[in-house]
Design a protein around this ligand. Sequence first.
Ligand code: ADE
Ligand code: ZN
Length: 339
Amino acid sequence: MKSYIELIPKAELHLHIEGTLEPELAFRFAERNGIKLPYASVDALREAYNFKNLQEFLDLYHACSQVLVQEQDFYDLTWEYLKKLHEQNVCHVEIFYDSQSHTDRGLAFETVTNGIHRALVDGEKEFGISSYLILCFLRHLSEEAAMATLDQAVQHKDKIHGIGLASSEIGHPPSKFERAFDRVRAEGWHIVAHAGEEGPKEYIWEAIDLLKVERIDHGNRSMDDPELLKLLVERQIPLTLCPISNLELCVINDIADHPVKKMLDMGIMATIHSDDPAYFKGSLVDNYSRTAKALDLSKADIYRLAQNSFKASFLPEARKMELLEELATQYQPRADKTC
Ligand code: ADE
Ligand code: ZN
């Protein structure tokens, strides 16, 4: 029997498409493109998924991304992931991608963007999953590189819904990209940024004050600053939290230490997501389930997280209302039961 967590409709808002590359798929693409992976087998690659920090993960993540070469690779990667979302009753997804990771090794911006976008269009037709694509600047690269990426992105405004900021956090504060995000805002795109995952609370302030983000990806370090927590509650700025990612990257030592329950109880617009499910061995449902177990979340907490996932999305208000209504009529918990 499917669990409450599996059954409820929900949205995935913090997901890097390159982070859905399962080892089997990496080997399939490597073979298709005549690329040799530095691992003898699928199992050997899977065993390398063992990280002490964000940078160790990013090094492997960027290395494995090199097996993606043709537009069809990006299509297939996205399609495989959409099938998994459908099984988990995810009805809306906002997908990050790292165009610079691919254009820097010679691929055309169009190869990457069109491949992912074509799969998203098919996913809506086949599964009814609505989707938005969010391009993330790589923050370890320069602001000039981000500007050049913007020049490419403006040619594809029909496919790209927002701009984010990802990759190595420490030493690359949001302020480094202030002018790039001035341009993003002038173009009318939605804005998000990873902040306060490994980096300090000051990076969250900068993301809000300088980049004027609509959501913070992670934001764990906001727990260090009561003023910041107050602002997050007042303005209802969503935090897209990723508990299994935090555990796998040693941001926390145990899921029981994750701040999501405290945040919900404070009135923060907290949501739960999967970040890079292939590398962290945790789907969206796994993230909900393991967190529910470790923090003894009630059905009401889970319901609130699913509600928040729609509220924090960039969907039009009317569609948000429809989804919230569907959730309420079928899944509103009667008693405050645990899951
Ligand atoms: N890119 C992919 N996953 C990431 C993470 N957890 N933090 C920053 N950048 C990322
Ligand atoms: Zn992320």
